[in-house]
Design a protein around this ligand. Structure first.
Ligand code: E4P
Length: 230
């Protein structure tokens, strides 16, 4: 499963890209608003840091305006993907953009039916929102599982992005279900790498190594004899 970063923050994107785990970035108007910067400048900066798709969402609600906005956004960088909410106007805009060779990520997907329609309209990605489904007492992972199973029955090239991820466990479950991608907030990626036994193990290794050095000094052994080769 590929990992995208769900963030519009340049510092977070730069840091996550340095870890070598990043295959793309997703933004949305709420994340963009948090940055308080010009949206297009922000997307340009993010796109330069990532070797993979960067989703930028349209604000328009009518098909023609969605398409015009998409045309402006794709001019920012070759790796910009257009995020469009799943609705009838959004499907029509996706069809047009697909015909023009522009990749669309259909967002705010909460049902299998929405995912099927997005795929049929030609979306390159669909983004089911796990956390927001959980928030209303529905099982987001169950919906994701149904979507993955449904897509497997056909030759849909549309990739499923598990979105609205709230915890490392969401990521594990999305991977086991078979989502193509998980778009994960920075904080959750940091949590994914953590394990108390890793921290304890590192502490012990360092303490044992320090004890050895102290012992060697006490024994008068030249530490060049034992130092690891560079
Ligand atoms: C995905 O593309 C969305 O930007 C994001 O995952 C939404 O997450 P939220 O429900 O935590 O706002």
């Amino acid at each position: 499963m590929k990992i995208f970063l769900d963030s519009a923050n340049v510092t977070e994107v730069k840091e996550a890209a340095s870890w070598g785990i990043l295959s793309g970035v997703t933004t949305n108007p709420t994340l963009a608003a948090k940055e308080g910067r010009d949206f297009k400048t922000n997307i340009k900066d993010i796109s330069a840091l990532v070797d993979g798709p960067v989703s930028a969402e349209v604000i328009a609600t009518a098909r023609d305006e969605m398409v015009s906005e998409a045309h402006e956004l794709v001019r920012i960088s070759d790796n910009v993907v257009i995020k469009i909410p799943v609705c009838l106007e959004g499907l029509a805009a996706t069809k047009t953009l697909k015909e023009e060779g522009i990749h669309v990520n259909m967002t705010l997907v909460f049902s299998v039916n929405q995912a099927i329609l997005a795929a049929r309209a030609g979306a390159a990605f669909v983004s089911p929102f796990l956390g927001r489904l959980d928030d209303i007492g529905t099982d987001g992972l169950e919906r994701l599982s149904e979507m993955v199973e449904t897509f497997r029955n056909y030759d849909f090239s549309t990739e499923i992005i598990a979105a609205s991820i709230r915890s490392p466990e969401h990521v594990v479950q999305a991977a086991q279900i078979g989502a193509n991608i998980a778009t994960v907030p920075f904080k959750v990626i940091e949590q994914m790498v953590k394990h108390p036994l890793t921290d304890l193990g590192m502490e012990r290794f360092l303490a044992d190594w320090a004890a050895l050095q102290a012992q060697l000094v006490a024994d008068g052994v030249n530490d060049m004899e034992t130092a690891p080769k560079a």
